[in-house]
Design a protein around this ligand. Structure first.
Ligand SMILES: [Zn+2]
Ligand SMILES: [Zn+2]
Length: 344
C-alpha cells in the first residue's frame, strides 16, 4: 500500500509498504478521509516530538471503512463505516479516575505511538477497540466530515469548560478550523461571538457561520471594538484558537470581571507570556486550558453533525489524494486553507 512516511522534520516520503497485518482483536480500515491537523504541521516542523516515532505514519483525524476483522471481533463487520477517536486513555491513572481521561498520563494515540492515517490502510489496535474509541457511523455523515469529528470533539471539550450560555459574549482569537468550530458551538449555546482574524477569507467564512462581530486585528483596534460593544466591561469568555503566547497578557485585559480565558491552542515549547497578576486577582479572571477530548465529546460530535447543527463541510477547503501530499502540506503550511483533507 501507499503510505506517507514521516522520516524526520521537514521530510515526508510517499512509499510503497506492506499492508498492515491485524491480530485477532483488531480491525483494518481502508482510510477514506484523513485531515491535516495543526499538530501534524508541528510534528512536520519538528516542534512536537512527544510520542512521535521516526520513521512512522502520522495522521490522527480520519475515517474509513472496515476491510478486515480479526477472528475475535464481534461488534464490527466488513463494510462498516468507521470514525476513530485517536487518543486512547488507560482508565487507571489519576486523570482517568478524575474525569480527565483526555489528559491521561499513559495515553497513547493513533498517529503518534501507533501508525496513523496518511496511508491507504490503517490497523486499528486492539486497545483502541477495547477502550471504545471506534465508532460506527451512519450515512448521514460523509467520510470527509467524519475525519473532522476528532477536532470537533476537542472543541466540545474546550467549549464545555467555558460556561457559554444565552447572551454570553465570546471572543475567539483566530478563525482557522478550530476557531470556526468554537464559533458554531458558541452560537448553538446562544452566545454573541466576536471573531478576531487577519485573513479576510477566514473572516468571510466566520461571517457565513454566524459570527456577530468580525475584527481584522491588523487594521482595527481589538480592544476598542471589544470595549465599545460591551459597555466597557469586556467579554465573558476569550478562546485562544491560535497559540501565540505573547497575546495572553493583552487578552486578559479584554475579559469581563469573573470571566474566562481558555488557552485552547497549543503554544510553542518554552514560550512565555507577560501577564499582570493584579488583573487576575482584582477581576477574578479564570484562566483555563483544554487539551484533546473525552470519548463522550466524540459521541456529541457525531450527533451534532448528524443533526446538521454543526457545518463541517464549509471548513473543508481543499481535498487531495495522498500522492499530492507535497502540494497539500505546502498549502497547509501557508495557512491559507481552512481544512485540508486527503481522500482515498
Ligand atoms: Zn488534530
Ligand atoms: Zn489514564
Amino acid at each position: 500500500m501507499k503510505a506517507l512516511i514521516f522520516e524526520k522534520p521537514y521530510t515526508l516520503v510517499l512509499k510503497e509498504i506492506q499492508k498492515p497485518k491485524i491480530g485477532k482483536n483488531e480491525i483494518c480500515l481502508i482510510v477514506k478521509a484523513a485531515a491535516i491537523c495543526g499538530t501534524d504541521l508541528r510534528i512536520y516542523k519538528g516542534e512536537k516530538t512527544k510520542g512521535i516515532r521516526k520513521p512512522s505514519i502520522i495522521g490522527h483525524e480520519f475515517s474509513g471503512e472496515i476491510v478486515e476483522v480479526g477472528d475475535n471481533i464481534i461488534d464490527f463487520k466488513i463494510g462498516d463505516r468507521i470514525g476513530v477517536a485517536p487518543v486512547i486513555s488507560c482508565g487507571k491513572c489519576y486523570c482517568c479516575l478524575n474525569d480527565l481521561e483526555n489528559i491521561c498520563i499513559n495515553r497513547k494515540a493513533i498517529g503518534y505511538e501507533f501508525d496513523g492515517a496518511f496511508a491507504e490502510y490503517i490497523r486499528i489496535p486492539a486497545v483502541a477497540i477495547e477502550s471504545g474509541n471506534v465508532f460506527k457511523l451512519s450515512d448521514k455523515i460523509s467520510f470527509k466530515e467524519a475525519a473532522l469529528l476528532e477536532p470537533l470533539s476537542c472543541c466540545i471539550n474546550g467549549h464545555s469548560k467555558c460556561k457559554i450560555k444565552i447572551k454570553t459574549d465570546v471572543l475567539i482569537i483566530g478563525a482557522g478550523p478550530i476557531g470556526l468550530m468554537h464559533l458554531q458551538l458558541a452560537k448553538i449555546a446562544g452566545a454573541r461571538v466576536f471573531i478576531s482574524e487577519p485573513n479576510s477569507r477566514r473572516r468571510e467564512i466566520a461571517e457565513s457561520l454566524g459570527a456577530d462581530i468580525l475584527i481584522d486585528p491588523q487594521k482595527e483596534d481589538l480592544s476598542d471594538i471589544v470595549m465599545t460593544n460591551t459597555n466597557n466591561q469586556g467579554v465573558d469568555v476569550v478562546i485562544m484558537a491560535i497559540g501565540i503566547s505573547q497575546m495572553v497578557g493583552h487578552l486578559i485585559t479584554l475579559i469581563k470581571k469573573g470571566g474566562i480565558l481558555n488557552l485552547f491552542a497549543g503554544f510553542q515549547k518554552k514560550s512565555f507570556s507577560d501577564i499582570e497578576p493584579n488583573l487576575i486577582h482584582y477581576n477574578e479572571i479564570n484562566i483555563i486550558g483544554s487539551s484533546a477530548m473525552k470519548l463522550r465529546n466524540y459521541i456529541t460530535a457525531i450527533k451534532l453533525v448528524e443533526e446538521n447543527k454543526i457545518n463541517l463541510r464549509s471548513l473543508i477547503t481543499d481535498v487531495y489524494s495522498l500522492s499530492e501530499y507535497e502540494e497539500a502540506f505546502s498549502k497547509a503550511l501557508k495557512n491559507e486553507s481552512i481544512k485540508i483533507v486527503f481522500q482515498n
